[in-house]
Design a protein. Structure first.
Length: 451
């Protein structure tokens, strides 16, 4: 009996230590089993208390009266599947007649407290079926991306969502995006994750960094073109517009719209072209958009109008030509001048890190979701990298990118420098690099560096 007591005390102490120091390990060893039992045992009573159990139907009441049986109890949604994950549980429910997905979403906070989980979110899978995702611990406190992700061409895993799912930046689904955030909010780390994810892919990276290139020029070996001042940026954007027009001419020449050509073979963008004819897609990263829009003299105003006009044209027409915009900034409002709101309307993807005022959050989500605005202004200053990601559909998620140092991003870009395509239109803006490629510096203090 003494040995059993000692063993039990050690197990409880180990579980408490893991829960405090390594919540992910605690969840995989103890938490998932305890949470599953808690959900299954409490399910009926919790659903009834949260107002998610439907009263018996008329025919059940009539049958009970006819057979002289007790009044049947209310029935909760039926569990179709309960699946443990590395961060929580996924519960798929079949709704009863009279219920809808909003009922479950409205009760999410009550379900979180009742089941003892860290977070609960829900989404409608199809008519009558709702998926409830529960997280067992704060997955955003120490972000650990899964070893395997669903990576596809032009689809990059960049962050982890609060429900434990991976947040992807899919350029073919959402061509252009806007990223806002105050100083030291985590925009640079988010951008490094994006560049590191794009580096192994067949894509041309174009950077505009008007902070004298301090953010993007260390990654120059993987960039096909870079600009570090507004004058060069204006010429670079006009060169991209010229490339876009050339790509459209190529698509038109390959359409071959005749009666004997199947619909699936009619080209409308670069992804409909054969592989040997398809131009290399281009991702344009603008580090601080306000530096392109501000002006102090008449000459600078003319340059600013050229830049904004080119950006608007690329945002409106660039998708089919395989040109995608990734625009970052601290603010992106009408005070930056004419054309800015037109540009913002074309940026479907929205990501807002910590902002200093509600107006900045409204610039990202004011025309999409008021709830996302409220979530963005509630991000604490000590949680760098936490952001709200949404799109024009109104849906949004709280995300956090894993910390990627500048050295890690440089190592990745140097490792894939041979994949940097040379585009004739952008040749004048190719960063000038002297000497051999920089060595990939080891991130370990003991392991030797490898080239």
């Amino acid at each position: 009996m003494t040995a059993f007591t000692v063993t039990l005390v050690l197990v409880v102490a180990a579980a408490g230590l893991l829960r405090w120091r390594r919540p992910a390990w605690y969840w995989l060893t103890f938490g998932v089993t305890l949470a599953t039992l808690r959900v299954l045992v409490r399910y009926a009573s919790v659903m009834d208390a949260c107002g998610l159990a439907m009263p018996p139907s008329r025919w059940r009441l009539a049958l009970a009266r006819a057979t002289n049986r007790p009044v049947p109890e209310s029935r909760p949604p039926r569990i179709l599947r309960l699946r443990p994950t590395r961060t929580g549980l996924v519960l798929r429910l079949k709704l009863r007649p009279g219920q809808d997905a909003f009922d479950v979403a409205a009760a999410s906070d009550r379900l979180r407290h009742s089941f003892g989980m860290y977070g609960v979110t829900s989404r409608e899978v199809r008519s009558g079926v709702v998926e409830v995702r529960m997280t067992g611990y704060d997955v955003l406190k120490r972000v650990q991306m899964p070893a395997k992700t669903d990576t596809r061409p032009m689809r990059v895993p960049v962050a982890l969502r609060e429900d434990g799912a991976v947040h992807y930046r899919d350029y073919r689904a959402i061509p252009h995006a806007l990223t806002l955030g105050a100083t030291e909010s985590g925009k640079s780390v988010y951008q490094r994750n994006l560049v590191a994810g794009l580096a192994p892919m067949d894509v041309a990276l174009v950077g505009i960094d008007c902070k004298q290139g301090v953010e993007l020029f260390p990654l120059a070996r993987r960039f096909s073109a870079l600009a570090d001042n507004p004058d060069t940026a204006a010429k670079l954007l006009e060169a991209l517009v010229a490339r876009m027009e050339g790509v459209y001419q190529l698509i038109r020449s390959e359409q071959r719209i005749t009666a004997d050509v199947p619909d699936a073979e009619i080209a409308a963008d670069i992804w409909d072209l054969p592989d040997h004819l398809r131009p290399t897609p281009v991702v344009v990263l603008v580090d601080e958009v306000a530096e392109l829009a501000l002006f102090a003299t008449k000459e600078e105003e003319k340059r600013r109008d050229r830049i904004v006009t080119a950006l608007v044209r690329l945002a409106q027409l660039g998708r089919a030509a395989g040109i995608y915009l990734e625009i970052c900034g601290q603010r992106f409002g009408s005070e930056l001048g004419k054309g800015i709101t037109m540009l913002r309307a074309q940026l479907t993807g929205r990501t807002a890190h910590r902002v200093n005022d509600e107006t900045s959050a409204n610039m990202a989500f004011g025309d999409i979701s008021p709830d996302a605005v409220l979530a963005a202004i509630q991000i604490p200053a000590e949680m760098r990298g936490v952001a709200i990601a949404g799109d024009s559909t109104g849906g949004w998620h709280r995300i956090r990118a894993p910390h990627t140092s500048l050295r890690q991003a440089v190592n990745t870009c140097n490792r894939h420098a041979h994949q940097t395509p040379g585009l004739p239109e952008l040749a004048p803006f190719r960063p000038a690099l002297t000497g051999p490629p920089a060595a990939v510096v080891s991130l370990s203090k003991t392991a030797p560096a490898t080239a």
